[in-house]
Design a protein around this ligand. Sequence first.
Ligand SMILES: [Zn+2]
Ligand SMILES: [Zn+2]
Length: 127
Amino acid sequence: MRLISGLKNTPSRLAILSVLEKGKYPLDALQVYKAVKNNTDLATVYRTLETFSENGLVDKFDLEEGKYRYEIKKKHHHHLVCEACGRIEDIFSNDVFALEKEIKSKYEFLVKRHALEFFGLCRSCQK
Ligand SMILES: [Zn+2]
Ligand SMILES: [Zn+2]
């Protein structure tokens, strides 16, 4: 099991990290809570997810659901969210960095971060 550097490796933290590592798409706190089968309570899950996010272990996404989703840190990417079946897929593209460069040169605006997700219909929901 992977250990968390810079943080105390409590059993619930390790269990939550392991759930996030196995996650195929970003999970919300309730999904993490249900997957962690020991005696962790929901408040601890919320707090731990925030701690992980602050420490750069996970990325936090707002997919316009009125809650956050958390995903283990990986290569910079965005999501395709199907509004019919709820499927969430990762997409990897460098075009957004080109856009940031353009914004910098054209508008002299220093971009520090961006939030970009795509909403629509997945392949099977279009049929
Ligand atoms: Zn991005
Ligand atoms: Zn779908």
